[in-house]
Design a protein. Structure first.
Length: 359
């Protein structure tokens, strides 16, 4: 994009590669500089703004303030020009935490739904696909994982899945927002059950700081279950964060990072893969799964290993079907199995070309 076009969009590049964009309300929002689609479509002016739930429907939007300081919502720059909607039966909870707006509602098609700052995080009906994949893709790829760290994941769903692995002795979780944990315990007990396991050690705070302090080589696996990089999760797609992850992993340790949609965020994914190839000298792979309520209906996972014993992500060395009690622990697995694991690494040709071009 040329300089003049950027000016027209009232968008400024910051030192760290993010762009500060004035959405017409006077309040700047940060979007990843590498997300060209996001840059190309700026939120529209006040006349087009709307609240999170309009006429009984939730559409994913971007919160901001108008000139008088009132909260308003704009088309989300992470998926400009589109907004998947769910019919709202009843709002169960809506409050602003120190970090974000937390909303829980009963939908008519997908059960209860958790929304943070206007962005859908999970629904009762399809949460299984995301939580099972982000946990078992890494943990089934290494032998007997013992120490695991979860970044984000305050709803507890990823913890619930990690607990299926009886080899695991310690699960540190660092979630920034206590309200997300409390709300999950109240409205999503099937996910928050993960917090009840005695192996779980909860740290409420900033994961960036937590990782800086983490002992070198402590973890066999780190799982980053973050929200999208607009808001509190912005720093979680930047190089220093991945460097600290690499340091906290043992040789041959693995990272599984939420990695957006291949349909919507090719540039963002490319940038993250590029960074990770510099840091993780074992291997770097992209996998994906279908999650109907996420934008474009899919979500990606970036799998990386540090230098050390080689990790074959595509053919799990620690298949879940062979782990005693894992399929039934607390509740039956609904989505993940070894066939789905292997299939998740099969990429459409356009993604294959992009990923190969980064070598
Ligand atoms: N676009 C939404 C991506 C959300 C990823 N985090 C979901 C949290 C579920 N544990």
């Amino acid at each position: 994009m040329e300089g003049d076009e950027l000016k027209d969009l009232d968008c400024q590049r910051t030192m760290d590669g993010w762009e500060s964009s004035n959405n017409g309300s006077g309040k700047a929002i940060l979007i990843p500089a590498c997300c060209l689609k996001a840059k190309a479509s700026q939120p529209e002016l006040g006349s087009k703004s709307h609240s999170t739930v309009v006429s009984g429907w939730l559409s994913e939007t971007q919160p901001s303030s108008d000139k008088s300081g009132k909260q308003v919502y704009f088309n989300n720059p992470m998926w400009p020009g589109e907004a998947h909607s769910l019919k709202v039966e009843k709002i169960l909870f809506q409050e602003k935490s120190k970090y974000q707006e937390v909303l829980v509602f009963q939908s008519s098609a997908y059960g209860r739904v958790l929304v943070l700052d206007g962005i859908l995080q999970l629904t009762e009906k399809d949460e299984c696909a995301y939580q099972e994949m982000i946990a078992h893709l890494p943990l089934c790829s290494i032998e007997s994982p013992k120490n695991v760290l979860v970044v984000g994941g305050g709803d507890g769903g990823v913890l619930r899945e990690i607990c299926r692995h009886s080899s695991v002795e310690l699960i540190d979780i660092c979630e920034i927002d206590q309200m997300v944990i409390d709300v999950s315990k109240e409205f999503f007990p099937e996910l928050a059950i993960g917090f009840e396991d005695p192996r779980v050690c909860l740290h409420v705070g900033d994961a960036i700081e937590f990782l800086k302090q983490a002992p070198e080589g402590k973890y066999d696996a780190i799982i980053v279950d973050s929200s999208d990089p607009v808001g509190p999760a912005q720093e979680l797609v930047e190089k220093p964060f991945f460097k600290n992850i690499g340091r906290a992993l043992r040789p041959g340790g693995v990272l599984c990072n939420m990695a957006e949609s291949m349909w919507l965020h090719t540039h963002l994914i490319n940038d993250i893969i590029y960074i990770c190839r510099e840091i993780f000298k074992g291997s770097v792979h992209y996998a994906w799964a279908s999650v109907p309520t996420y934008p474009s209906g899919v979500i990606g996972f970036l799998l990386c290993s540090t230098e050390g014993p080689p990790v074959d992500f595509v053919h799990p060395i620690n298949p879940i079907e062979k782990l005693r009690g894992a399929l039934e622990f607390r509740r039956e697995l609904k989505f993940y199995n070894t066939e789905i694991h292997e299939a998740a690494f099969a990429l459409p040709s356009f993604v294959k070309r992009e990923v190969a071009a980064l070598h």
